[in-house]
Structures are given as structure tokens and as C-alpha cells.
Design a protein around this ligand. Structure first.
Ligand code: ZN
Length: 79
């Protein structure tokens, strides 16, 4: 499955109940909700659609989102 396909089949977990939560791909490995501005990383090809991830990156400017390799490193250090 290509990354672009995720935007067709996935929705933001915060907004899906309202039949909203259309996602768009940003920076090749982030999915951004167009309705609430939460953003979800795609780690090793798998979108991490966890509400706490979305909250963490909500409203962060695209330019300030880490690339995923960096994000993984951060998570492994923090965890
Ligand atoms: Zn949303």
C-alpha cells in the first residue's frame, strides 16, 4: 500500500465519530487531520493513529515536525 492510500482509508480518531477527520499527508510521513489539526506519524510504514500521538503534535507547524527517523530516536530515548 502506498502512503497516499492511507488518506483514503484512515480518519482521525478524534473526528471519525462526527464523520470528519479527513487526513492529508504532510512531510511524506505525517498524517494531518484537516478538522482538528492533530497530526499522526507514520512509523516504519504504519500510521500511529493513537489519540495521545495526535494530541502531542496538534497544531505543530509542518516545518517543526521532526522527520520520523528523528522521532523514532526521540521515542526510544524517552521510553
Ligand atoms: Zn481530527
Amino acid at each position: 500500500m502506498s502512503t497516499q492510500d492511507y488518506t483514503d482509508i484512515l480518519h482521525c480518531p478524534h473526528c471519525a465519530a462526527q464523520e470528519k477527520g479527513t487526513l492529508r499527508l504532510v512531510k511524506t510521513d505525517w498524517l494531518a487531520c484537516q478538522d482538528c489539526e492533530r497530526q499522526y506519524p507514520i512509523v516504519e510504514g504504519i500510521p500511529v493513529m493513537l489519540p495521545e500521538e495526535g494530541d502531542k503534535w496538534r497544531g505543530v507547524a509542518v516545518d517543526e515536525l521532526p522527520d520520523i527517523e528523528e522521532h523514532n530516536r526521540f521515542v526510544s530515548v524517552a521510553g
